[in-house]
Design a protein. Structure first.
Length: 340
């Protein structure tokens, strides 16, 4: 990768999109920049990327990066179904879904859960601000108990934690980060794209208009004061040599199916990202102590993804010929005989 183009010969500008219409300072804009950086450095070819979204401030994000990629902005909460269908039709495309806390944890919760249990090969980014920005600041389902609205209202309901739900359902890749921490977000996005299966990345993304004040646990100041990263994350793509120069016992190396590596350097207590029970425990302990635990919480590289489990061909369905799609006369006769 040269100073001006990446490994597929494209400049960084090729990964940009339209000018944002979100509020100045919105955490979602930071996430957009992190995605641009990750996709550029990975050398993803725009025509091999499918950007999927539902409804909400978060779902406007796909318009702001890789404008020449495929895209589908669907109805509220239905991004997982659209993504599943598009992926099964063409397994060659990289599926990148962008959703929000309302689109995922409220109206879209059922579809979110079924995508996870099927392990559809998709990077699923949740831009999580704990509020409904488009409808002027009501609490969303991810707002913490006791959170205070800008106008003084107090949340009396328990939150839905997307990462905890994902872990309970056996999701094969679960991570959490903060929009202001590009050093952590970028390698997590790269790792999620390289992972085969559903990769959930919950990114706390402060809403500067309705949820960035004292009393909010989704504000810039609160997250900066309470973020607790469990490991320093690095990503080494399959097309680069692995050079890890750390003392023995200070890092964990997770190899993904395509030959890429996630390198996790210990920052405090050792966390095993391949232990699902430990991941659940670290979330619960962080919640009890008032900390926002970030980093790669869990990854299972051995789990079969949905398309593989269902024997969907690697070749796009549109390219299959009649011989592959139509039973022969003998096969059809045998099939019918089973119902005789």
């Amino acid at each position: 990768m040269s100073a001006t183009v990446n490994r597929v010969g494209l400049p960084r500008d090729a990964y940009k999109g339209a000018a944002t219409t979100l509020c100045a300072g919105c955490g979602h804009n930071s996430i957009t920049n992190h995605m641009i950086k990750a996709l550029y450095e990975l050398g993803v070819e725009p025509h091999m990327l499918a950007k999927m979204s539902g409804i909400g401030c978060s779902s406007k994000t796909p318009a702001y990066f890789v404008e020449s990629a495929h895209g589908f902005n669907g109805v509220h909460g239905r991004m997982p179904a659209l993504t599943t269908g598009a992926h099964l039709a063409n397994r060659q495309l990289i599926m990148l879904g962008v959703s929000g806390d309302g689109d995922t944890a409220s109206i879209g919760l059922g579809q979110f859960m079924h995508m996870i249990r099927r392990n559809v090969d998709c990077t699923y980014i949740i831009e999580d601000n704990g509020t409904y920005g488009l409808t002027k600041g009501q609490f969303s389902a991810t707002a913490d108990l006791g959170s205070v609205q800008k106008k003084g209202g107090v949340n009396t309901f328990q939150p839905i934690d997307p990462c905890a739900v994902a872990l309970a359902l056996g999701c094969s890749f679960v991570a959490r980060s903060f929009s202001g921490d590009g050093k952590q977000v970028v390698p997590l996005i790269k790792a999620a794209i390289a992972h085969r299966g559903t990769a959930i990345l919950d990114i706390i993304s402060p809403c500067v208009t309705f949820n960035d004040h004292d009393g909010s646990t989704k504000s810039y100041s609160w997250v900066k004061d309470h973020e607790e990263s469990i490991a320093d994350v690095s990503f080494i793509p399959f097309f680069e040599e692995v050079h890890v120069d750390y003392e023995p016992g200070t890092v964990r190396d997770v190899r993904l199916h395509d030959g890429s590596h996630i390198v996790l350097k210990k920052l405090g207590e050792d966390h095993d990202p391949t232990d699902r029970r430990a991941a659940i425990q670290v979330i619960e302990e962080g919640r009890a102590e008032g900390h926002l635990v970030t980093g790669l919480l869990y990854v299972d590289t051995a789990m079969s993804d949905f398309a593989t489990t269902e024997h969907i061909p690697e070749q796009p369905l549109k390219d299959l010929g009649e011989d592959e799609l139509r039973l022969s006369r003998d096969d059809f006769a045998q099939f019918m005989s089973e119902f005789a």
